[in-house]
Design a protein around this ligand. Sequence first.
Ligand code: PMP
Length: 450
Amino acid sequence: MNEKIKMLQLPPYDHEPKPYVGPSAEEVGQLRRRYLSPALLTYYQNPLMIVEGSMQYLYDETGRRFLDGFGGIVTISVGHCHPTVMDQAKAQLETLQHTTTIYYHPVIAQYAEMLAAKMPGELSVVYFVNSGSEANDLAMQMARLYTGNYDVIALRNGYHGGSPAAMGLTAHSTWKYNYAHSFGVHHALAPDPYRGPWGDNDPAAGEKYAADIQNLIQHATSGRVAGFFAESIQGVGGTVVYPEGYLKPAFDRVREAGGVCISDEVQTGFGRTGDNFWGFENQGVIPDIVTMAKGIGNGAPLAAVVTTPEIAKPLAERIHFNTFGGNPVSCAIGKAVLEVMEKENTQQNCLIMGERLLGGFRDLLEKYDIIGHVRGMGLMTGIELVKDRATKEPATAECARVWERARELGLLIGKGGFYGNVLRIKPPMCITSADVDYMIQVLDIAFSEL
Ligand code: PMP
């Protein structure tokens, strides 16, 4: 293995980071501890400071380069500081930074048209906000206003945000504070083929999980619901890919009860899953409302809710206003991101690189018993670690060790799942085959050292 470590080398990349002249990591740590909320989460036992980014790479204050396998939590889509995005952002910043939507501005209107063109069916009305939580809050409000119903169905193991309303949709005790919340939200079984009662070997698994939604509607609500929220693949929950044929019967059950169906595409949107631009398309459904954030802005605070003209109407009965929603700079960035995605065919790259990555994971699965399951679509992937493949007891500490070791070897990845035993690998969409091979080499070394 020492030989493997000696041979390990990041793919060559032509970028010289600027000399760093700011405070040391230790000083920044002191400032954070003194002046920032103790709730801020820091990755790694020895926290990492990142001061520069270029495409799929990040640099610490010493100029050391890392391969970014997590994209700022699945947010960097086309690449850190992508030159086209930066040019259009700078041009807008130097012309007009802010006015709000009370005045006309061309970019928000043109961008909404471009985004609507990416949507199937009647989904053509866009409302811009700043974060995924806000998008889901607004979607819940729209669903209730449109249907006149109150109860909402979401999925266990789902993550939809941390604002009080979105926290109610989120279904992980680790992300829920102990006060009255989740008003009217009921959580159905997580359609998890690895840990749930029905797995990939059961062709009726999708229908069976969907039947739980009907059961929940019958027993936990009046029988009428406002809506159903689902990520297209559960992200924070550990890259849980639903059984084929789940969302269609799930949507049917919800619509029969008067509800609308909301797809949370915050992580899965914009081509990340490879085969399709939107994650829900992988299940052959068209939602009534779609929420999106993260990859939409490649790091800018931009998010959106897209729905049909009918569902959009009731929100206009009062004033709903968002100061920064539709900000010219954010919209210029969003527009540039879409243009780059088309020009550079990032969705196709997600498909090709995702297959290569999953192939590498499958080889690791053969080699290391601690790997219980590998899964994903495109560049939305996960590796679940278990102490025993039969009992599936989560190998949480071992997962942390692999994740820490990967950082030492130059690869930054994520970690998640309810038990914290899933490695989450969701890099920027611009990674190359050499990057993928590097990731596999790093993980191979880290697993071999356990
Ligand atoms: N939905 C999903 C699927 C997410 O992964 C997240 C963030 N991790 C959110 C919503 C909330 O987004 P934000 O942090 O921008 O509020």
